[in-house]
Design a protein around this ligand. Sequence first.
Ligand code: ADP
Ligand code: MG
Length: 238
Amino acid sequence: MGSITLKQVTKNFDEVNVIKPLDLHIRDGEFIVFVGPSGCGKSTLLRMIAGLEDTTSGSIDIDGEDATNMPPAKRGLAMVFQSYALYPHMSVRNNIAFPLKRAKVAPAVIEEKIEKAASMLNLTDYLDRKPGQLSGGQRQRVAIGRAIVRQPSAFLFDEPLSNLDASLRVNMRLEISQLHKSLATTMIYVTHDQVEAMTMADRIAVFNGGIIEQVGTPLELYQKPINRFVAGFIGSPK
Ligand code: ADP
Ligand code: MG
């Protein structure tokens, strides 16, 4: 579970084409990073995979099934936003429980999942607090916790660390990598930060103006960049 295949996917906003025909296969369990300058279409493509934007043409398969027109809730994916999107009036516990309650999961099962996610994310002592009583890093963990309890077949992160200060960002980077190791679930991680891309990714897709210039492991991109743009972006000499 967790493979995603994009075939000749495009996106227009009104008459403007922001994703050019794009093919990409994301393997089950891999950590793939979408990297590229601001405005190149990373978030748009992630939102299309999540089902939050429709596709203008082409198709999106999830686990071998055509999901192009599937509503977001049916896709089995969980999106983690940079803005956390937590409910300010609810406790951490209830924020994490929210998607499970909505899905009518049994209370005992919900409790068990919350405990497990909280211990994984060092949130056990904060379950009764409100988001306003947490640090930025803790809030980001709650948002990740809310995704974990749904046991998605893939996590979609859109610049999740860009609101955090530099030292916290390094910690959270390690925590998310650790989480990927322990869950072994597909993760798609959007960033414009080359260091995040190079340190976290199994593979990196380098975006530029609505196309993917190159996809490969950090080492491949570093050693064999396909063109000057990739070389410049990844920071290797060419
Ligand atoms: P990135 O995440 O790489 O910074 P985006 O995917 O947000 O880039 O945006 C890609 C392009 O699509 C940009 O030119 C942006 O202005 C445009 N765009 C994004 N969302 C919309 C929208 N809802 N309506 C019109 N244009 C949009
Ligand atoms: Mg973006």
